[in-house]
Write a protein that binds this ligand. Structure first.
Ligand code: ADP
Length: 587
C-alpha cells in the first residue's frame, strides 16, 4: 500500500515528559546504531495513515482514507484513544504484527509442546504476549507409550517456556509475558498452585487456576471433587475442594500468585462455541481466546470525556464525545486486523474468522476525580456500569455499521449472534478492559479502571534532581480550594495519600482517594460493574494492605465468583519483589 503524505498543516503533538522517554525508548523507529530517527509526530502519522489506508479496499466504505487518517491522528494525539503497544510500535513499518494478545494450544506430545515453545518465541519477538493452558498435558509420572518411560508433567514443561521467554527480548527492549493456566481437576494441581512460592521462580509467567462450577459447588458444600487424567479422561483420584481452595488462598496471600479464572463462565460467553472451548487468556487475564486466536486492544481515555457543568455545577460525562470516540476507535481496531501480519498461518485463519477486537477504557480514576465522585462509593460503582453499557452498546452499533459496509465476521452464521439472529456484527467481541501499563504513561492518565496509586510522588531524574509529580486534577482541586503549596505537595509525596491530613477540606479527602485508601470490596465491586458490560474480561488487581489476612483473600476470591467476575488477581502490599511486568518498564 502506498504511503500517505503527511499533511503540511498537521499539528505537532503535545507529549508529556514521561511519554517522551517511553516513546523514544520503545516506539519511535531507530537505525541500526540505535539512534532514534522518527519524531513523535511521524510516529503517530505512521500509525494513523497506515491504519486508515486499509479503508481503501472496501468499496462501500463511508469514509475517505485521507480524512480518516487525519481523524485517527487527532484521536491519538489528543490521547482520547490509543491502540495497544504492538500497533504503535509496528504499524506501517513493514513488521505488521499489531496485536497484544495471543493464546496457543499445548498438546500432549513432545512435538506439540516444542511447537508451542517455538510459536511463543515468534510471538514474543513481534511484541505480543501469550497465554497457554497446560491442562492437556498428562500428569507427572504417568506412562509414556512410545518410550515406556514416565512423563515429567506440566510443571517441568512450563519451566522450559519460562526459560525460552527469558532469552528473547522484544524489539531490544521488553521481555515477553505469559499466562499459564491449569484446570483445578488436573492431577498435578497442587504442585501447580505452589509453583511460584519461591521468589523469582517462573518470573515470566502469571499463573491462574482454571476453576469450574463443579469445583465451586464442592467448595461450598465442603465435598471432595474428582481429579481427571487428561490423556485418558478417567477419574484417577479426588481432593477436598475446600482444602485446595485454602492452599490457593494461602499461596495468593504469600505472593499474589496464582490468580483464578472461572472457565465455565468464560465459556458461557464464548461467542463461537462451535470452534471449541476457551482454555486460556492472554498474560494479564483480560482477553480469553480460543487456541491460535489473537486480539488487538485499544483504550479510550475517559478522563477526556468530562463535561464541566455551568458555574462548576452539574458536571457530567460528555456522552456525545464518548460516542464519537467509540465509533472511530472501533473502525480503527477493525482496520488494525486487516493491517496485521501474524507470525503463523493458523493465527491468520482464526483471527480472520472471528475478527475479535477489544476496546476498553483508561483514565477512569481521573474522570471520577473531575466529577468529584469517590472511587469507593456506590455512585461510582453505578456510574461504571452506565459508562461501560454505553461503551459496549455504541461499540456494537459501530461494529454493525462496519458489517453493513464490509460484511459480518466470517464465522457469524455459526456464532451465538447468528443463531439468535442478533447482529450481524463485524466482530465476534468488541470490548476488553486492558491494564494499559504503557498506554496510560503515553496518555498521561490513570491506568485502566484502577484507582491512583499516589496523588503525588517523588520522581528521581537523571542528575539526582528530585521532582515532585502530582495528579493534575488533584492539583487543580487544591488550587481551587486555595490549599496548594509546594511544601504541601512534598508532604503528600511522602505518603501518597491525604486521608490523614485533617487540615485539608473533608470534601477533598473524600474524593481524592488512592488504592491504599480503598477497602478491597470496592475494588471488586468496581471490577464486577465493568465486567457486566464487557464482552471479554477486565484487568484489575485487588490491592490489599500488608496486614490483610488469608480470610480476607478467601472472601475476595469467593465474592469474585458471586459477583460474576471472570477471574481475579490480588496483590498484598510488599508480598512480592518481582512480577511479570506489563508496565512501561517491562524490560
Ligand atoms: P500496553 O499499555 O503496553 O498496550 P497493557 O499493559 O494494556 O499494554 O497490556 C495489554 C496486554 O499486552 C497484556 O495483557 C499482554 O497480552 C500484552 N503485554 C503487556 N506487556 C507485555 C510484555 N512485556 N510482553 C509481552 N506482552 C505484553
Amino acid at each position: 500500500m502506498s504511503k500517505m503524505k503527511m499533511p503540511t498543516n498537521l499539528p505537532d503533538p503535545i507529549i508529556n515528559e514521561n511519554a517522551k522517554i517511553v516513546l523514544a525508548r520503545r516506539y519511535q523507529k531507530k537505525d541500526t546504531e540505535g539512534t532514534v530517527y522518527e519524531t513523535a509526530k511521524e510516529l503517530f502519522w505512521r500509525v494513523a495513515s497506515s491504519i486508515a489506508a486499509e479503508e481503501a479496499k472496501y468499496d462501500r466504505s463511508t469514509v475517505k482514507p485521507a480524512a480518516l487518517a487525519r481523524d485517527f491522528y487527532d484521536l491519538m494525539t489528543s490521547y482520547s484513544f490509543l491502540p495497544n503497544s504492538p500497533t504503535l510500535m509496528n504499524a506501517g513499518t513493514g513488521l505488521g504484527q499489531l496485536a497484544a494478545c495471543f493464546v496457543l494450544p499445548v498438546g500432549d506430545s513432545i512435538e506439540d509442546i516444542f511447537d508451542a515453545v517455538k510459536h511463543a518465541a515468534m510471538i514474543h519477538k513481534s511484541g505480543g504476549g501469550t497465554g497457554f493452558s497446560f491442562s492437556r498435558l498428562r500428569a507427572k509420572d504417568s506412562v509414556v507409550g512410545s518410550t515406556g518411560g514416565v512423563a515429567s508433567g506440566p510443571l517441568s514443561f512450563l519451566r522450559i517456556f519460562n526459560c525460552a521467554t527469558e532469552q528473547i527480548k522484544q524489539g531490544g527492549t521488553r521481555r515477553g509475558a505469559n499466562m499459564g493456566i491449569l484446570r483445578v481437576d488436573h492431577p498435578d494441581i497442587l504442585e501447580f498452585i505452589k509453583a511460584k512460592e519461591r521468589d523469582g521462580e517462573l518470573n515470566n509467567f502469571n499463573l491462574s487456576i482454571g476453576l469450574t462450577e463443579a469445583f465451586m459447588r464442592a467448595v461450598e458444600k465442603n465435598e471432595d471433587y474428582d481429579l481427571v487424567a487428561p490423556n485418558s479422561a478417567t477419574v484417577i483420584g479426588s481432593l477436598n475442594a475446600r482444602e485446595v481452595f485454602n492452599i490457593l488462598v494461602q499461596k495468593a496471600w504469600e505472593s499474589g500468585d496464582p490468580g483464578i479464572v472461572f472457565l465455565d463462565r468464560i465459556n458461557r460467553d464464548n461467542p463461537t462455541p462451535t470452534q471449541g472451548d476457551i482454555e486460556s487468556t492472554n498474560p494479564c487475564g483480560e482477553q480469553p481466546l480460543l487456541p491460535y486466536e489473537a486480539c488487538n486492544l485499544g483504550s479510550i481515555n475517559l478522563g477526556n470525556c468530562y463535561a464541566r457543568g455551568h458555574n462548576g455545577k452539574d458536571s457530567e460525562i460528555d456522552w456525545d464525545e464518548l460516542r464519537r470516540i467509540v465509533h472511530l476507535s472501533v473502525r480503527f481496531l477493525d482496520n488494525v486486523i486487516d493491517a496485521s501480519v501474524y507470525p503463523l498461518p493458523q493465527i491468520t485463519e482464526m483471527v480472520g474468522k472471528n475478527r475479535k477486537i477489544g476496546l476498553g477504557v483508561m483514565g477512569w480514576a481521573d474522570l471520577l476525580y473531575q466529577l468529584r465522585v469517590p472511587y469507593n462509593s456506590q455512585t461510582a460503582v453505578d456510574l461504571a456500569e452506565r459508562v461501560m453499557k454505553f461503551v459496549r452498546d455504541e461499540a456494537r452499533s459501530a461494529s454493525k455499521q462496519l458489517a453493513a459496509e464490509r460484511g459480518p465476521f466470517p464465522a457469524y452464521a455459526e456464532s451465538v449472534f447468528g443463531e439468535a439472529n442478533l447482529g450481524p456484527y463485524r466482530n465476534a467481541t468488541t470490548t476488553t478492559i486492558a491494564p494499559t501499563g504503557t498506554l496510560s504513561i503515553i496518555g498521561g492518565c490513570s491506568s485502566g479502571v484502577e484507582p491512583l496509586f499516589a496523588l503525588s510522588f517523588v520522581r528521581n531524574v537523571m542528575d539526582n534532581d528530585k521532582l515532585v509529580e502530582s495528579n493534575p486534577f488533584f492539583e487543580a482541586a487544591l488550587k481551587e480550594a486555595d490549599a496548594h503549596s509546594p511544601k504541601l505537595m512534598e508532604e503528600i509525596a511522602k505518603v501518597g495519600t491525604i486521608r490523614k491530613m485533617d487540615h485539608l477540606p473533608e470534601e477533598l479527602r473524600r474524593v481524592f482517594v488512592t488504592a491504599m485508601d480503598i477497602e478491597p470490596i470496592w475494588h471488586l465491586k468496581m471490577q464486577a460493574s465493568f465486567q457486566k458490560y464487557t464482552d471479554n474480561a477486565v484487568s484489575k488487581t485487588v490491592n490489599l494492605p500488608n496486614s490483610a489476612t488469608k480470610e480476607e483473600i478467601w472472601d475476595i476470591y469467593w465474592k469474585a465468583y458471586e459477583y460474576g467476575c471472570k477471574g481475579v488477581t490480588v496483590y498484598r502490599d510488599g508480598s512480592k519483589t518481582s512480577q511479570v511486568l506489563c508496565t512501561g518498564d517491562g524490560d
